[in-house]
Design a protein around this ligand. Structure first.
Ligand SMILES: [Ca+2]
Length: 125
């Protein structure tokens, strides 16, 4: 009887061991690619209201807004430690506003920006 219980316990332990996740090497040493990703949070209304999305951005890469985000952004802010520039045209062309840092701009309609519903592309570093 004692042997039977021991066997069941051993079997249960073996099953538990195989269920444990394998050590993740990438968690200990994040890759350069992971470190180069930041975010720009955009909203179609001022004060971070309305439709919002936290856009993923690879540093120093230009992104053109899609999903009906073009010419809608009224407030935005990047991750802490990130600086972003926004442009009026696709592919980071035309008039721009640079030096945008956390917590961002609560109303792009305000002076000196006057950039409400204009943003079409962005780049962060
Ligand atoms: Ca808007």
């Amino acid at each position: 009887m004692r042997t039977a219980i021991f066997s069941i316990a051993l079997a249960a332990f073996a099953q538990l061991s195989t269920a444990l996740p394998a050590p993740d090497a990438s968690a200990a040493a994040p890759s350069a690619e992971k470190r180069d990703i930041t975010h720009l949070y955009i909203c179609d209304s001022s004060n971070f209201q309305g439709r919002c999305q936290n856009l993923e951005a690879e540093r120093n890469r230009c992104y053109t807004l899609f999903n009906n985000w073009g010419d809608t952004v009224s407030s935005l802010g990047p991750d802490w430690g990130t600086t972003c520039t926004i442009w009026e045209n696709n592919d980071c062309q035309g008039r721009s506003i640079g030096g945008i840092v956390s917590p961002g701009i609560t109303n792009l309609d305000d002076a000196p920006w006057k950039f409400n519903d204009i943003t079409s592309s962005y780049k962060c570093s």
